[in-house]
Design a protein around this ligand. Structure first.
Ligand code: GDP
Length: 232
């Protein structure tokens, strides 16, 4: 999948505002400041996208970026903005929960976590959601450049423990700063989003491969060993 082709499409306040044509989409969630925007930015090599999600008024919205026809990266509201009043936080959580529980096109969840804080309450809540919904999960342990190799390994072990019993969950070390782990992330997302639609194919003559991620081969739990360079 060509993630560099990602383009902002829409900001949705609620589940019903999300694009109706989605074949498959992957959602990114994380506590604010975890490094979610930077990770999306690094994956797509497009600084504009991260800025889109950080635009005031859009931080609490579900931001859609199209990769290919009917295939989207979805940036979920960053959780934990101190300035947001409690009533807004509650409202926000309701919409987030509705999205996660009811969005049929959702093929997988990327949970972005600062590798130095594995795991906070929000992360455990998201892991629990993924477990209950049997949603494929990939944990991005970001800012891996901030730890030495031993620390990275410890964080991966903790992640492994938290994901025990989940057949389609994985974790990797990642660094936006050093651009480490991008290929591993792209590979995982490719598996969820399915084959890209060939641009020359007329939609009516060839059926679009709309295979949902549930039928895609499971990679099982593969705690990815970090690139030795990631912590230097
Ligand atoms: P978000 O709120 O989750 O979208 O977080 P941001 O992507 O805005 O990142 C929060 C802060 O962490 C920013 O100051 C980033 O520059 C920094 N950051 C993000 N990713 C990395 C990384 O891989 N390594 C380091 N050292 N800093 C990072």
């Amino acid at each position: 999948m060509n993630y560099q082709a990602a383009k902002f499409v829409i900001s949705a306040a609620k589940l019903r505002d999300c694009p109706p044509d989605s074949l498959s989409e992957v959602a990114f969630a994380g506590r604010s400041n975890a490094g979610k925007s930077s990770a999306i930015n690094t994956l797509t090599r497009n600084g504009q996208l991260a800025r889109t999600s950080k635009t005031p008024g859009r931080t609490q919205l579900i931001n859609y970026f199209a990769i290919d026809e009917g295939r989207y990266l979805v940036d979920l509201p960053g959780y934990g903005y101190a300035k947001v009043p409690l009533s807004v936080k509650n409202d926000w959580q309701v919409h987030l929960e509705q999205y996660l529980n009811k969005r049929n096109a959702l093929s997988g969840l990327v949970l972005v976590t600062d590798i130095r804080h594995v795991f906070k309450d929000f992360d455990l809540m998201m892991i629990d959601w993924a477990r209950k919904r049997q949603l494929p999960l990939h944990i991005l342990l970001t800012k891996a450049d901030k730890l030495k190799r031993g620390g990275v390994q410890d964080a991966l072990s903790k992640a492994r423990q938290a994901l025990e019993g989940m057949p389609d969950a994985s974790a990797q070390a990642f660094s936006s700063l050093k651009r480490h782990g991008v290929d591993i992330l792209a590979q995982r997302l490719d598996g969820w989003l399915g084959e890209p639609v060939a641009p020359s194919e007329p939609a009516e003559s060839e059926p679009v491969d709309s295979k949902p991620a549930e039928t895609a081969p499971s990679v099982g739990f593969v705690p990815v060993v970090p690139d030795p360079d990631v912590n230097h």
